[in-house]
Design a protein around this ligand. Sequence first.
Ligand code: ADP
Length: 631
Amino acid sequence: MSATVEKHPFQAEVNEVLSLVVNSLYSHREVFLRELISNAADALDQLNFRALTQHDLLGDDKELRIELIRDEKAHTLTIRDNGVGMTRDELIGHLGTIARSGSKKLMQSLSAEQKKDLTLIGQFGVGFYSAFLVADTVTVVSRKAGSDETWVWESRAQGDFEIRGGHRATRGTDVILHLKQDAQDYAKEWPVREVVHKYSDYVRWPIRMQVERGKDDATTTEWQTLNQARALWTRPKSEVEPQQYEEFYKSLSHDWHQPLAWTHFKVEGAHELTGLLFLPEKAPFDLVERRKSGVRLFVKRVFIMDDAQEIVPEWLRFVRGVVDSEDLPLNVSREILQKDATTRFIRKQVVAKTLTLLEELAAEGETEREVDGEKQKVRRYELFWTEFGRLLKEGVYHDLEARDRLAALLRFRSSRDDGWHGLKDYVARMPADQKAIYYTAADSLAVAKASPHIEALQKRGFEVLLMTDAIDEWIVDALREFGEKPLVSAAKGALDLPETEADKQRKEAREKELQPLLERVQQALADQVKAVRVTDRLTDSPACLVSDEHGMSARQERVLREAGHDVPKQKRILELNPGHPVVQKLQAITDQARFADWTALLHDQALLAEGALPADPAAFSRRLAALMAGG
Ligand code: ADP
């Protein structure tokens, strides 16, 4: 083995993360132990999994465990595991770079102020680097299972680390912390014991430590197991404290926040299954692009895989947790999972339990909770919705089986007030003469709220849902109705508002009277609109543009085009408000050029009112200026 010492620089982002961790997590520094124990437990899981197929991998060293070795004189604390270990290349790769894709980009985009924010730091999965919260030098001695080479990684966190050959009697990893002056208590029994109890009691492998017993000259040392060493999810709910669930979640997800909620369940019968699923409080920065599932699969307490996509539909990728099956074979592979009927059963359970949890949250009133460092009265479901609502919408679109339950969980802004509103409450509030659920979509809430399309609806006291998410209109198209009430766009088709016989006759008379005008406008705008008609949609605005009842809205077209799709531009229908003075004046214009200018203006201002730009903004300005100048 090489006796030489190689120096390697850290990847630039590691340096940044290191200094962030050390500077901003100082007051939480005891979490280093949770992070290192959690890495050790993962290394044991990995080994256990590999030993399923490589029977000789464990050798004589069959009792998998984590040991905490304190040396008060040398001021060190060592976290030792007899897990899977790391090769030379793995030491360099895992402990010298930040693996998660996107982290680098995120790091570069953060401002100095943002970098102090724990939320964002938590996104990097800084696990191992938290060692430097308490140590000025960290030495990692590791021997990969099945190899006879031992390698040593050492760093003072000053821009680089060293790699050299070393010795270790058996497989596994030692993380040796040379404790900082002000952290030397972590070489003492009680502080370590306390931290393990607080943060790592749920760890499924035994965590052992040598303790002294007896008095003065009659002391003896003995190994003691500090934790219950039973997988948390196998314990009865009544025996698990909320804090233990929270710590378990944090170590599982590397999230620095408390989980928002969790569900712990056992299914018995033809299939047996235990699950512990968590809803995070904050979404990861790459929520939309990230396709990985956050649920770990265990079979009979043996870790099988991290990113078990087969048992969690993609839209549920915000869920973190574990599922432990009694029925799958221990040697289960991705291929088997994809075919096995048990997989389908597990997946159904994961969906059903998560939906139940969400429904419970949605029904819950305000609770007190610390959000961004401040105690606040909040509705947990609204916190969830603002972070993850987008994924439930994906679910509505893709998951037919879950669609109805998901539809009831959707939340929208509305013309009623500034809060979030569900479809169920909307329907319950509908006046007797309102036949449909109305919505309008725009790029911003302000534009949606001021949209001319909803004028008449509002005048009648009909609530309108305001949608601003690009995906919303597709969700509504997929749903079509809720609670037997059709979902109707305020900007499509005819609104079919309830009217009295007298109203109807008045409207027909007006339409007849305006027919020549409609034809003239249609001629003038032949290139831009496919029809011109009288509307009862408007009260204050002179005109608006609408799509066919089953056609795409202009915004849908634009969203598709921006996403690179080749969508032909569809002409829309121009609707005129017969009661508006502009429309009445228009009737009186005989000069052809002037009439053309007015109709062009009418058309372009209808576009502007819905947040779109006229096709020729310069021409629009010119006409407007001329009009203002009295032209
Ligand atoms: P994370 O655990 O989020 O991946 P860490 O920085 O804590 O990030 O660890 C980086 C990687 O180093 C781990 O994913 C794992 O591959 C490896 N590692 C860390 N500690 C150990 C250990 N005790 N045994 C084996 N591998 C380890």
